[in-house]
Design a protein around this ligand. Structure first.
Ligand code: TYD
Ligand code: MG
Length: 451
């Protein structure tokens, strides 16, 4: 019998009977790969369930196990829920294997039985990494294997409490004939691990590689199948890494934890503000500290601006790192129009120090002050921190969570805060820490206070 084949987009999972250069669904180029169409029969391995009366259902208190890394527990919503399936995605080399080996060692130390399966590295390679991380003895089992059915069989036999699969792209099911890493394989792997997890109440972690361009045989297509999706990201040239929750059935999303990659593996940074400000130049022009929010956590960051004359009458450059380019252009237009500067013939560079990304409007006022500080050649007073959204007519608009921002700035030793008047008038006096607050309605007022 002739096997039927179909073309599947590796980015979004779209099926097409014939090859296409560009996916009709997601518009990506060269993502369709021929795969054999399989008839996977559903397995009814769960015990059949009966309807239950609402009041007879026991209170849903999910049991969790905690890692020693408090920051990771927080991102997970207070530890790993027993029997949950967590997907950790990130670019190759970012530190996924390192993080999960550390976590595995941690669990094993607490007496949990852990199975760490690698389809990428040999046992010796993993052991070398473990030595580097200072892993101690415990109930940690390693398995180097790429066949999914064998992996599941071993896992069933060992019956661990925690199961790690590194990575989903290197493992294949012999039920399917397509190669490892294709959409159908990746889905089948996730599916089988999901069922294994739920059947035995095992907390499982799946590692998935993601490339900058999006997703190579997309872990994205798995997001709906798993309980928790974490993304591990960072700049290659910086030591810091951010772990974010994108989806969490058992906790809040948009939580994040910051780690530093060092010689002994990943170390959680419990005071990120200090980390991002530690090399701040004091009394330098063009540098402003803003109170921003990342996930649910306030964070102080330094915005830097540099304005310099364009050489050779070329087009002036507008470069931004760590800020939205369009938003920055808009803020520069506001400075020109409302404050009477002209940037014709000037190159402008904007940067957030430490490789951090500020993606909320509360950073606007900081950007404007940094640019003006540079233009006037006057430094910001070192004890001032700012936040506020700037509108097109130069008005300063309120932002969310002002109190959290103030408290963070206070705890980092800042004495004066410039903030939106609208936020100031809504704050309860008794909640405010001992810090000098200056509410402003527009950018001119802010400049008068500072310069
Ligand atoms: P790894 O966990 O292998 O990345 P991934 O699994 O996401 O592909 O981490 C790879 C990088 O981390 C590698 O460049 C080496 C570095 N590293 C350290 O800096 N310190 C360490 O202790 C370890 C184990 C790795
Ligand atoms: Mg790895």
């Amino acid at each position: 019998m002739k096997q039927k084949t179909t073309f599947i987009c590796q980015n979004c999972g779209f099926h097409s009977p014939k090859w296409l250069g560009r996916c009709l669904n997601c518009g990506e180029w060269n993502t369709l790969i021929e795969e054999v169409e399989e008839l996977v029969t559903a397995e009814y391995s769960f015990p059949a369930s009966e309807p239950l009366l609402y009041e007879e259902i026991k209170e849903a208190r999910r049991q969790r196990i905690k890692t020693k890394i408090e920051e990771l527990n927080r991102v997970l919503g207070g530890g790993v829920v027993l029997g949950s399936l967590v997907l950790i995605g990130g670019e190759p080399g970012i530190g996924k294997s390192t993080l999960l080996l550390q976590v595995s060692g941690d669990f094993a130390n607490q007496g949990e039985k852990v199975l760490y399966v690698s389809g990428e590295e040999s046992l010796e390679q993993i052991k070398i990494r473990g030595e580097r991380l200072g892993l101690r003895d415990g109930n940690l089992y390693l398995l180097a294997e790429t066949n999914l059915e064998r992996i599941i069989a071993q896992a069933e036999k060992l019956s661990p409490q925690v199961f790690v699969l590194d990575s989903i792209q290197t493992v294949f099911s012999s039920k399917l004939s397509s190669s490892p890493g294709t959409i159908s394989q990746v889905r089948e792997v996730a599916n089988q691990v999901f069922r294994f997890s739920k059947r035995n109440g095992v907390s499982s972690f799946l590692i998935g590689h993601i490339t900058k361009e999006g997703s190579l045989a997309g872990p994205k297509s798995l997001e709906h199948m798993v309980d928790v999706v974490l993304y591990f990201e960072g700049e290659r040239d910086h030591a810091y890494r951010v772990l974010r929750a994108l989806k969490n059935r058992f906790g809040p999303v948009s939580e994040l934890a910051i780690f530093e990659m060092g010689r002994g593996g990943l170390k959680a940074i419990s005071n990120p503000s200090a980390f991002f400000l530690k090399e701040r130049p004091v009394e330098e022009t063009g540098s402003v500290v803003v109170c921003t929010i990342k996930g649910s956590r306030p964070l102080l960051a330094e915005i830097q601006a540099l304005v310099s004359a364009t050489l050779f009458s070329g087009n002036p450059r507008r470069m931004t790192v760590g800020l939205d380019h369009f938003r920055a252009s808009m803020l520069l237009a506001i400075v020109e129009r409302k404050l009477g500067y002209s940037f014709a013939g000037e190159d402008i560079y904007l940067n957030v120090a430490g490789g951090l990304l500020i993606d909320e409007p509360a950073g606007d006022l900081g950007v404007i002050l940094a640019v003006v500080s540079c233009l006037k050649n006057k430094a910001m007073p070192p004890d001032v921190s700012v936040f506020g959204e700037v509108g097109l007519s130069g008005e300063i608009r309120s932002v969310n969570q002002p109190l959290a921002r103030l408290k963070e700035a206070h705890s980092m030793g800042f004495k004066r805060i410039i903030l939106p008047e609208g936020n100031l008038s809504h704050l309860e006096k008794k909640d405010i820490p001992d810090i000098n607050l200056m509410g402003v309605k527009n950018i001119k007022q802010a400049l008068n206070i500072i310069f």
